[in-house]
Design a protein around this ligand. Structure first.
Ligand code: CO8
Length: 258
């Protein structure tokens, strides 16, 4: 049996997933994405888990799709096997929040994988880029779509057309990442954030994620209506009663996640 490509652990109510192909800087093959999707789906279905963290190594979150594997493929191969299709779509359907803890390179598919997460906490040594143009192709899983939504058209065009990398400071200034911390802090920072999220009422966490995601996928009026209906729906939960009672009684809420 082959060694696992993704390390799967838990830290309290947090599911921790670590890409583990150090020799090729965590290059993403179909097998990696299959393993990742299966692990995330299992955490998504696990009542003991409230949020997830996805990380790589200090040198590389992921240096992109596996170029050695892709080199000889033809249109027929990638189209008929639906490369970047079903298994990446499975990642998109994960309902619990996923934080990317990015140190080192997040390039090509690696940058796209980080952007697929709900937010990115970066180490000071992080480098983001979409260098596919240098290989004679273009980004294949959201680089031309999620990047402009995150950083605006000008910077996205710059990165996608020149293939240059941006450092963590530029990524934070541009809105791609939510926080930048020293490299030795990045995983703990992400686990602490995920632990806070996992301590909140699960129905409100799921709805908050769904609503913020909707901001990227719909017009303002539809998004506002979607938000209001979800807000109304949360008044049907036990945790809304508990959260508001705890506030008025000046104690910590004891959420039951229902
Ligand atoms: N695929 C396969 N192997 C890789 C990749 C990769 N993307 N990146 C690095 N490696 C391998 C190298 O070949 C090398 O192997 P070996 O030791 O056997 O020669 C090893 O990792 C270490 O790499 P380097 O020696 O190059 O390390 P450096 O520190 O000198 O350079 C870089 C680090 C700058 C990250 C450099 O490795 C690099 O430029 N890598 C390629 C980056 C890239 O072009 N990424 C985009 C790939 S295309 C893509 O992602 C399409 C997206 C589609 C959606 C997602 C699909 C999964």
């Amino acid at each position: 049996m082959n060694a696992p490509l993704v390390k799967i652990e838990t830290r309290g109510r947090v599911g921790l997933l670590t890409l583990d192909r150090p020799k090729v800087l965590n290059a993403l093959s179909n097998e990696v994405i299959d393993e990742l999707a299966a692990a995330m789906q299992a955490f998504d279905a696990d009542d003991a888990i409230g949020a997830m963290v996805l990380t790589g190594s200090e040198k590389a979150f992921a240096a992109g799709a596996d170029i050695a594997a892709m080199k000889g493929w033809t249109f027929q191969d990638v189209y008929t096997q639906d490369f970047l299709g079903h298994n990446w779509e499975a990642l998109k359907r994960i309902r619990k929040p996923v934080i990317a803890a990015v140190a080192g390179y997040a390039l090509g598919g690696g940058c796209e994988l980080a952007m697929l997460c709900d937010f990115i906490i970066a180490a000071e040594n992080a480098r983001f880029g979409q260098p596919e143009i240098k290989l004679g192709v273009i980004p294949g899983y959201g680089g031309t779509q999620r990047l402009p939504r995150a950083v605006g058209k000008a910077k996205a065009m710059d990165l996608v057309l020149t293939g240059r990398m941006m450092d963590a400071a530029e990524a934070e200034r541009s809105g791609l990442v939510s926080r930048v911390v020293p490299v030795e802090r990045v995983l703990d920072e992400a686990i602490e954030a995920a632990t806070i999220i996992a301590s909140m009422s699960l129905p409100s966490v799921l709805m908050a994620k769904e609503c913020v995601s909707r901001a990227y996928e719909s017009g303002l009026n539809e998004g506002l209506l979607f938000e209001r209906r979800n807000f109304h729906a949360l008044f049907a939960t036990e945790d809304q009663k508990e959260g508001m009672s705890a506030f008025t009684e000046k104690r910590k809420p004891d959420f039951k996640h229902r």
